[in-house]
Design a protein around this ligand. Structure first.
Ligand SMILES: Nc1nc2c(ncn2[C@@H]2O[C@H](COP(=O)(O)OP(=O)(O)OP(=O)(O)O)[C@@H](O)[C@H]2O)c(=O)[nH]1
Length: 344
């Protein structure tokens, strides 16, 4: 057995920023390197795992893509995370690199701490923490209330205060990162991209590279092999929960809404857009059955931007079930959203 530790890359980033797109790109461009992927999502519908299994190949076979949907990885370390990691490491052909996609609501630091456990530390090293950010959302000030203020504060070197749950999650993710990817660069011009970059740099507690990307397309050599050994470097990665406060998941709410078969792709996209305009929805994703279509439709919304594509045929015997997971800040009006989505 080799004594070399297996490198692990943790991919963090807010809901809908492009983590799955990045992981998918890394699988597709593995250059023969044997990969394993662990995906964590809140909610019982594992959509990211489904998407990623769709691009499984010999270097990253389907059974090396594992999904844990039972909540926060770091809260299930003993019961789920450790056994899963051990099983991946004990595969007959062990992975040469492991990618972990965290839930968009997860704080990466508590997970990072799990790698400091003796059981894992002897076998694994955290090669790097990659934070994927939605460049448009960052430039729009959806995480930092006022990007210009942030830039001014940065110039004055005062620390920036966040009191929104969104801001806190974003701040913790950037604070933990070895590299930030400003994804969705296609949606911004150079000037707004520069604003987004400023916001990220203002958040980062230490100098880190910030690179722009579209659909997570970044050269794997830039993302993998950072050699950060992040598990030995926890103090450089501050979090809102360093002082003993437990983190909870109460700031956000997830509901799964079952829908009847939809008349057309345009129909369901229009409904999701309408719901997102009327309510403060952070993320929508799921599969939908369209009348007369043998393929299932993958529907994804981030804020009010909605995308849909047919991904694969419904399998023989598989129920043509349409279900969308909707995530919002706590207290959002799930019933009203369901009414819009279920509307005829
Ligand atoms: N315009 C644009 N859309 C993108 C880009 N990258 C991803 N998307 C879309 O953004 C949505 C979210 O992408 P994902 O890769 O699933 O994001 P994620 O961070 O994994 O999402 P969660 O796992 O739900 O947090 C999808 O509809 C993607 O097609 C990009 O570079 N440009």
């Amino acid at each position: 057995m080799s004594l070399a530790k297996v490198p692990v890359t943790i991919v963090t980033g807010f809901l809908g920023a492009g983590k799955t797109s990045l992981v998918r790109h890394l699988i597709e461009n593995a250059n023969g390197r044997r990969l394993a992927v662990l995906v964590n999502e809140f909610g019982d519908i594992g959509i990211d795992g489904e998407i990623l299994k769709g691009c499984a190949d010999p270097t990253c076979p389907e059974d090396a893509i594992v999904e844990l949907t039972n909540g926060c990885l770091c809260c299930t370390v003993a019961d789920e995370f450790m056994p899963t990691m051990t099983a991946l490491l004990n595969r007959k052909e062990p992975p040469e690199h492991i990618l972990i996609e965290t839930s968009g609501l997860a704080l990466p630091k508590p997970l990072l701490k799990a790698f400091d456990w003796p059981d894992l530390k002897t076998r694994i090293t955290v090669d790097g923490v990659i934070a994927v950010a939605d460049a448009e959302a960052v430039a729009d000030g959806r995480f930092a209330p006022d990007p210009e203020l942030v830039a001014r504060q940065r110039a004055g070197d005062t620390s920036i205060d966040h009191d929104t749950p969104l801001g806190e999650v974003f701040e913790d993710q950037v604070a933990c990162a070895d590299l930030v990817i400003l994804n969705k660069a296609d949606l911004l011009d150079e000037a707004r991209l520069a604003v987004a970059r400023e916001v990220v740099l203002a958040e980062a507690p230490r100098p880190i590279p910030v690179i722009a990307a579209i659909e997570g397309r970044v050269d794997p050599r830039v993302v993998l092999g950072l050699g950060a050994a992040a598990e030995d470097d926890l103090d450089a990665r501050p979090t809102h929960h360093d002082h003993g406060e437990p983190h909870d998941h109460d700031d956000f709410e997830t509901v799964a809404i079952t829908l009847p078969e939809q008349a057309s792709q345009a129909d369901i996209v229009a409904k999701v857009e309408a719901a997102a305009r009327a309510h403060n929805i952070l993320r929508v994703k799921g599969y939908v059955a369209i009348a007369g279509k043998p393929m299932r439709l993958l529907v994804q919304g981030v804020g009010s931007r909605v995308r849909a594509q047919f991904d694969r045929p419904w399998r023989a015997g598989e129920e043509r079930l349409s279900r969308l997971v909707v995530i919002g800040e706590k207290g959002f009006d799930a019933a009203a959203i369901a009414t819009i989505l279920q509307g005829a």
